[in-house]
Write a protein that binds this ligand. Structure first.
Ligand SMILES: C[S@@+](CC[C@H](N)C(=O)[O-])C[C@H]1O[C@@H](n2cnc3c(N)ncnc32)[C@H](O)[C@@H]1O
Length: 198
């Protein structure tokens, strides 16, 4: 399974946003919708072995996490409004600390980065996630056996001080020398994993 965790620092935590104004009044929800699409869409196919976690930190009820499962997801089409509409439905549900399905393959719960870091650990008890960072180790230089398959990205903003503290011991992986949009970075990373047969 490949996993991408994207932090939406201003993304609203209510479903009552307009699909016509996701970049503005929804706190750059458009960035997160594009990340969802990059996680899953191939030409005429869907990546079933990917999970995408959106950590939403905007008003009025942060933090919330929405999970998209490539294996289970339905009703997702390759445009921003489609992902936005599934997010609206997820965020309209009352939520607890346990994931609750809103539409097929889309789940919502209360909590954010801290909970995901605690939950996804390897046999030695370390978080499985690596940070995507243009200054990290070049993914092309890492052998397939030790290449991470779970990654954390920020949206259009920098990681906060508090987030940096939580992720300071994680590996940092670069997809290339230029700073790219988060969704483009996901596409590049998935392509690198494809090339490594992971
Ligand atoms: C648009 S960038 C963030 C921009 C940055 N915080 C700023 O305002 O200068 C979104 C995310 O994509 C990832 N990213 C962008 N370029 C990358 C690269 N070349 N290698 C690895 N990750 C990259 C990082 O995780 C980053 O947080």
């Amino acid at each position: 399974m490949k996993r991408f965790l994207i932090i939406g620092h201003k993304a609203l935590t209510t479903g009552s946003f307009s699909l016509n104004d996701m970049p503005g009044s929804a706190g750059r929800m458009d960035v997160l919708c594009r990340c969802v699409n990059s996680c899953f869409f191939l030409s005429h196919d869907l990546r079933r072995d990917v999970e995408c976690f959106l950590v939403l930190l905007g008003e009025p009820d942060a933090p919330k996490t929405v999970k998209f499962s490539g294996e289970k997801v339905r009703y997702l089409n390759p445009d921003e409004r489609s992902a936005g509409s599934l997010l609206q439905k997820a965020l309209a549900l009352p939520c607890t600390e346990t994931f609750r399905e809103s539409t097929r393959g889309v789940y919502v719960r209360r909590g954010g980065l801290k909970e995901l870091l605690e939950e996804f650990r390897d046999e030695e008890g370390n978080p499985i996630f690596a940070i995507l960072d243009e200054n990290g180790s070049d993914i092309r230089e890492i052998p397939p056996e030790t290449t991470p398959t779970a990654f954390i990205l920020s949206d259009h903003m920098n990681f906060t001080q508090e987030e940096e503290e939580m992720i300071k011991d994680l590996k940092r992986i670069s997809a290339g020398p230029k700073v790219m949009h988060a969704d483009h970075t996901i596409t590049v990373i998935l392509n690198e994993l494809d090339r490594k047969n992971l």
